[in-house]
Design a protein around this ligand. Sequence first.
Ligand code: UFG
Length: 330
Amino acid sequence: MRVLVVGGAGYIGSIAVKKLIENGNNVVVLDALYTGHQKAVDPQAKFYQGDIENKFLVSQILRNEKIDAVMHFAAYSLVPESVKKPLKYYDNNVAGMISLLEAMNDVGVKYLVFSSSAATYGIPKKLPITEDSPLDPINPYGDTKVMMEKIMHWADKADGIKSIALRYFNVAGAASDGSIGEDHAPETHLIPNILKSALSGDGKFTIFGNDYDTKDGTNVRDYVQIEDLIDAHLLALDYLMKTKKSDVFNLGTAHGYSNLEILAAARKVTGIDIPYTMGPRRGGDPDSLVADSTKARTILHWQPKHESAEEVMTSAWKWHQSHPNGYEDK
Ligand code: UFG
């Protein structure tokens, strides 16, 4: 199959590119390199630098490269940044989705696998969260993902573009060979921040709040290892092409770890007694997010291989140890 990966130079997209190629697909990447790294893109993929909102360019790539299906990872994804800069998020994420679907429609490409998010649920009424839980985001980032899913829904009704939205919980870890991993500037995510602090010994790691309604007062999240997450994308793409049916699936392990438990796992895996400061809450964080991923396991036959925080941490640690300055080190 010929697959266009939009956002294929990012943390998640670049691992999708690698796995799609390993599975015998021809892969074309479009990435603006705003946050991605060209060094993360498998050299066997054909690379175009450009913006998803450049409809002319996207249409040209879809047509000239004879694309069968698209995977869309090209969205801004930082919850705290979205609270501070909502317009940036609505512009890139929502307008980007419209532009992509218009280009797909113009050229007649009918299949899309999309990175959605657990941030669509907001503060869940019950845990674990099933796909039919109400969508009620509490930050602009999550709201853009709800809007993008709605746009996909209506593009299916009107234009027959079939899509699968994968609602990620907290994606973490790295390629198991340590070659591809998380490199954001600035880094805001929990696991990279803990491991960077472990490496530098700067003692600057802060936990944002211990007054949440959780087992130890710190936020609880469901960490899904990145290679497991991408396995689900490949299964979703196969399912989409076979059934020609739009759908939505949660991707999480169904295990919830508090921020303090994640720190404990990091201390165990690294063997370093990483110090921390307990700070105030950060804006836009729900108390707990834990997936019910029964639907993906049953329908897509997805089976995450890394179920514990320590397993996720091990691959992340391999990446950070070998790339203390991210892709600059390569
Ligand atoms: N945290 C800290 N210290 C840090 C960084 C994070 O305490 O230095 C805390 C956060 O406050 C939160 C938890 O660690 O409680 C996880 O935060 P992340 O920034 O790693 O991840 P988020 O839960 O904010 O968001 C991630 C993705 C989103 C996605 C969401 C869904 O970045 O795209 O998971 O659960 F929507």
